[in-house]
Design a protein around this ligand. Structure first.
Ligand SMILES: Nc1ncnc2c1ncn2[C@@H]1O[C@H](COP(=O)(O)OP(=O)(O)OP(=O)(O)O)[C@@H](O)[C@H]1O
Ligand SMILES: [Mg+2]
Length: 500
């Protein structure tokens, strides 16, 4: 039996096993060069026919068909009474008999109803529960590539973790349990196969505050979903550890003496910060809460930067600043709604026919409708997730380039957008201010100052982020070097090994 650490991230997930000496990263995505992480998005799709509509929908459709038949019977009756020729009367009489037979033939009605429903049904009409219960799951790069190739065949859940703290209605909560259980089951099976032993315990990372606006209630819901999913995936014992504290445990293994360390973990969904007393001597203890000097976190991740970059650098080429005939600008909500890939109600609203009609109407009262046509294409072809992903790639490329040309040919032929490092920096300013405020808060509530700092998470690879953080911290505070993606998970694996 083995215990593993699972970093279930907003953008990427990792699994690590620690044997007391060495960390073993589990290979999760064979199509990635760096196979030790996997994209957290899930594509749920159908190869052939969509699932059978629910019984209630079939019943309603049957009643609708019966109403139509009833009207046809009434019409045939009145023709029968108007007819003077007995031959004509016989035709209507036969027709009435035939319609009555149709009205009472339930199996035939049911077949017609199902066919009619299936003809109109698209994947987007399915509820999350139906989708999760009946679709096929594709994870990682393979799933994302399948989404790019055949977006109509399924639905992409860009970052399941983003929804866990949100208000979930109907069967959505259970749907997320099923969805995440499938991912965790895949992680567990990969670990068992590569470690050649069974795995029944997991320490799963958690942000200090989950995404969502529901505070502690949202956190508890998120942990409940993760716990249920892990149980469903076959884990008998599940513990949670705050992500920055996990990263600190990894740092602790590199230290020679007791040191107060500030850990800043800037991921795809959240920024999590802690100040902690690390000690090589105490590193074997399971509960280290008394060593935590302060810990905090907020919904401030890289995905927000991706959306902000769209608004600042891409949306202006989609008609964002156009004026309508009345002199007012095009509704700015068009563009924030377009980016709402982590908000199910907002995304459904944006993809609705009415929303498309609204954009089309606005197109008729602006001078350059062509630009708004790009927005309409994103709306009609449901390209939001793809656009946010393009923006993410641009942001990552701008970590090593001063400017890039982003091809958006899936929106319009030859549609390229030039984005500079300066554009990115400008789009990140309010976000950076809030990240720095969070770090300041953590420092202010720590009873002792840090002696070293460790910056991790994918966003720490951005030179802009690194420079701004270093500039706000004392210049003599030594920076600990470490992996931007694996540190949290390696710390979780250390904790998992302690439990065993
Ligand atoms: N080279 C890079 N330059 C800038 N940003 C990068 C780079 N590489 C990755 N990122 C960003 O890092 C973020 C993902 O980081 P990470 O994998 O640490 O997040 P996560 O653990 O999945 O999320 P969270 O911990 O918030 O749940 C994404 O927003 C991604 O665009
Ligand atoms: Mg993370």
């Amino acid at each position: 039996m083995a215990a593993i650490g699972i970093d279930y991230g907003t953008s990427n997930s990792e699994v690590v096993f620690y044997d007391g000496k060495t960390h073993h990263s589990i290979k999760l995505d064979p199509s990635l060069e760096d196979a030790t992480k996997i994209r957290s998005s899930v594509f749920i799709y159908y190869n052939d026919e969509l699932p059978m509509p629910p019984a209630s929908a079939i019943e309603a459709k049957m009643e609708q068909i019966q109403r139509v038949i009833h009207e046809q019977i009434d019409k045939a009756k009145s023709h029968y009474y108007d007819a003077t020729d007995p031959k004509e009367q016989e035709i209507y009489s036969d027709k009435i008999d035939d319609l009555r037979a149709q009205f009472h033939n339930r199996p035939a009605l049911q077949r017609r109803a199902i066919q009619a429903l299936l003809n109109d049904l698209t994947v987007q009409d399915l509820s999350l529960s139906q989708l999760v219960d009946t679709g096929t799951f594709a994870f990682g790069e393979a799933g994302f590539k399948r989404f790019l190739k055949t977006p109509d065949k399924g639905r992409l859940i860009y970052s399941p973790k983003n929804f866990l703290g949100a208000s979930l209605v109907g069967g959505q909560q259970q749907a997320f349990v099923t969805m995440i259980a499938k991912q965790l089951q895949f992680f567990r099976a990969s670990a068992e196969q590569q470690l050649n032993q069974s795995v029944d315990t997991a320490v799963i990372g958690r942000p200090v505050r989950f995404h969502g606006t529901r505070g502690e209630e949202g956190n508890q819901q998120a942990l409940g979903i993760m716990r249920d999913a892990a149980k469903k995936a076959g884990f008998n014992r599940v513990e949670f550890l705050e992500e920055p504290i996990a990263a600190a445990y990894k740092v602790e293994h590199q230290l020679q003496r007791d040191t107060n360390v500030l850990v800043v973990d800037i991921g795809g969904g959240t920024t999590d910060v802690c100040c902690i007393k690390l000690s090589p001597n105490r590193s074997i203890e399971v509960d280290r809460q008394t060593d935590v000097l302060s810990v905090t976190g907020a919904r401030l991740g890289g995905m927000e930067c991706d959306k902000n970059l769209i608004i600042k650098a891409i949306a202006p080429t989609m008609g964002q600043d156009l004026l309508m005939q009345n002199g007012l600008p095009v509704p700015p909500t068009y563009f924030s709604d377009m980016c709402a890939v982590d908000d199910i109600p907002k995304m459904n609203h944006f993809f609705s026919d009415e929303y498309g009609l609204d954009i089309a109407q606005t197109m008729s009262i602006v001078k350059q409708p062509k630009l708004l046509g790009r927005l309409l294409t994103v709306q009609e072809e449901k390209l939001s997730a793809r656009l946010v992903n393009s923006s993410r790639l641009s942001k990552e490329l701008l970590s090593s380039k001063r400017s890039i040309t982003l091809p958006l040919h899936y929106i319009e032929a030859d549609y390229d957008v030039k984005i500079t490092l300066d554009d990115l920096h400008r789009s990140m300013r309010p976000w950076l201010r809030r990240v720095k405020k969070l770090v300041t808060e953590c420092l202010e509530s720590s009873a002792q100052p840090p002696e070293m700092v460790f910056i991790t998470g994918g966003m720490s690879l951005s030179p802009i982020v690194k420079q701004e953080l270093q500039a706000m911290l004392p210049s003599d505070l030594p920076l600990i070097e470490g992996d931007a993606f694996n540190s949290v998970c390696e710390g979780l694996a250390i904790q998992a090994a302690k439990l065993f």
